[in-house]
Design a binder for this molecule. Structure first.
Ligand code: NAP
Length: 484
């Protein structure tokens, strides 16, 4: 199978924060891979902007190092890297001052797509948006890309939306959640809406429950002070897990286009019930053999911020009546694993009276590691001895099923940046979605904050606190094993 690469229109992409961690680790290596795939038009340009005083040659040298470190061992051809670096320019710009804006304007071309990636702290978004407009650098067709965190509660998210709306129309704003750029997440929509098989069963009549897990092995070391003001709920649930929940639970949109998809996601968020405190487990990792405790990492011995959260969520609508969605995410866990698990009900009547009981069908959408989709079926164990059952996987790990084409699959960031250039907002969050997610999240955070609740401790390298296991056990269900 040959992967199809459709070139995008000629563009100028400005990366504010071009010297920062995200630009070096994700954005520029990703753009380099798109360049290698032939997707970038010959004249397209990438302009780095940050306060650091350097020229384009120095920025290119630093991006060469970043490509070496982060783009992958199989794409280190010197001539290709040189070709890519020729498209890079750098302008020292102070987001909050006067320096650099005239020079930036002088570099921008007319009549090509212009996009501005705000890879800087959210406190700078307003200043940059204002200057882009007042200096006449961005026009009505320009696009801006903003990174998470998009606010830390409903009020700050509303403020941020209002600030950006002063200068840009909603159709120009691309709020990035890189989970939406993952191949499997889009495949979730393909599985649901491009096959007749699942959608008739995708409801409370046939689905017992859904589990969404995002487990990380790393702790918060290095950014402990930042994380301590956030926690797993704000950092992961309000955005990434919420988006996965929406795509799993939403009604079929009328078209695969931005507002049709985002309207349906918004309806899911608005249908979420408040979660009683009994259905939430918050945890903090203890000191382990290979690392310090959360309290040491955060350098706050009295921190009540959670590095783990598990919760049982209800989507209050006709389709999902009585179907719990169990969400769980945490740091310093047993393995790095992200997946959505759809657990179907048992067949209504067991005709095999003398036999083993058939197992429930389980559909797993794996985001990492080994992106893929797996459906567990019950079949008869081969050989004599009557009807004994065995559970077998129908496994579609992309790397196995699609061979070389899977190896060329773009990483989430590169795919999403190309969507920005194409002007396709389908995989980006709309302002009202973000606000609705905070409106659901805020009272839950306020509840445990007001009560002064402390998270329970859990051992690093495990599946999280015992209480999270009990959250499922008391419903007669079990979490899936966390494994790499
Ligand atoms: P970072 O490493 O601290 O980089 C910040 C960038 O902003 C630097 O290039 C810095 O360059 C520039 N900057 C700071 N003040 C400026 C000013 N007044 N004018 C112009 N440029 C200025 O941060 P990061 O990790 O790349 O994160 C950037 C954004 O992405 C943040 O909003 C973060 O929350 C978000 N994000 C990051 C990651 C990640 O993996 N790193 C993941 C998800 C989201 P100078 O010092 O040279 O000005």
């Amino acid at each position: 199978m040959v992967s199809r690469v459709i070139p995008v229109d000629d563009f100028d992409l400005v990366i504010f924060g071009g010297t920062g961690d995200l630009a070096r680790r994700k954005i520029l290596p990703g753009l380099y891979r798109r360049f290698l795939s032939g997707q970038m038009p010959e004249a397209s340009r990438i302009i780095g902007a940050a306060r650091s005083d350097m020229d384009s040659a120095a920025w290119r040298a630093s991006i060469r190092d970043a490509i070496k470190e982060f783009a992958g061992a199989n794409v280190q051809d010197k001539a290709s890297i040189d070709g890519f670096l020729e498209r890079l320019h750098y302008v020292p710009v102070d987001a909050t001052g006067k320096a650099g804006w005239k020079e930036l304007k002088g570099l921008m071309r007319k009549d090509v797509v212009s996009a501005f990636y705000f890879s800087v702290a959210p406190s700078l978004f307003g200043a940059i948006a204002e200057r882009l407009k007042t200096h006449g650098i961005a026009g009505n067709a320009s696009r801006i890309v903003v990174e998470k965190p998009f606010g830390r509660d409903l009020e700050t998210a509303k403020d941020l939306n209002a600030t950006l709306a002063e200068y840009f129309d909603e159709t120009q704003i691309y709020r990035i959640d890189h989970y939406l750029g993952k191949e499997t997440v889009q495949n979730l929509m393909a599985v649901r809406f491009a096959n007749i098989l699942f959608e008739p069963l995708w409801n409370a009549q046939y689905i017992d429950h859904v589990q969404i897990t995002v487990a990380e092995t790393v702790g918060v070391g290095g950014r402990g002070a930042y994380y301590d003001k956030s926690g797993a709920m704000r950092d992961m649930v309000q955005n990434h897990l919420m988006q996965l929940l929406c795509l799993t639970a939403m009604e079929p949109p009328s078209h695969f286009e931005p507002d049709s998809v985002r309207d349906e996601k918004l309806k899911v968020i608005r249908a979420l019930d408040p979660v009683p405190s009994d259905d939430i487990v918050r945890g903090q990792y203890r000191e382990g053999l290979d690392g310090p405790s959360y309290l040491e990492d955060s350098e706050n011995p009295d921190s009540r911020t959670e590095s783990f959260i598990a919760m049982k969520v209800k989507v209050s609508n006709w389709r999902w009546n009585g179907v719990p969605f169990y969400l769980r995410t945490g740091k310093r866990m047993k393995a790095r694993m992200s997946e959505i698990v759809i657990s179907f009900k048992e067949p209504p009547h067991n005709i095999f009276t003398e036999a083993d009981h058939p197992r429930c069908n389980i559909l797993t959408i794996r985001l990492q590691p080994d992106e893929g989709i797996d459906l567990r079926m019950t079949i008869k164990e081969p050989g004599p001895g009557g009807m004994r059952f065995v559970e077998v996987p129908m496994d579609m790990t992309f790397a196995d099923a699609l061979g070389a084409a899977a190896a060329d699959v773009p990483d989430a960031y590169e795919r999403l940046i190309m969507d920005v250039i194409r002007g396709n907002q389908t995989l980006f969050m709309r302002g009202d979605e973000v606000e609705a997610a905070w409106a659901w999240t805020d009272p839950l955070i306020a509840d445990w904050t007001n009560k002064g609740d402390r998270p329970v401790s859990y051992d690093a390298g495990t599946a999280g606190p015992e209480d999270a296991l009990i959250l499922m056990h008391r419903d007669g269900r079990r979490w899936r094993e966390i494994s790499a």
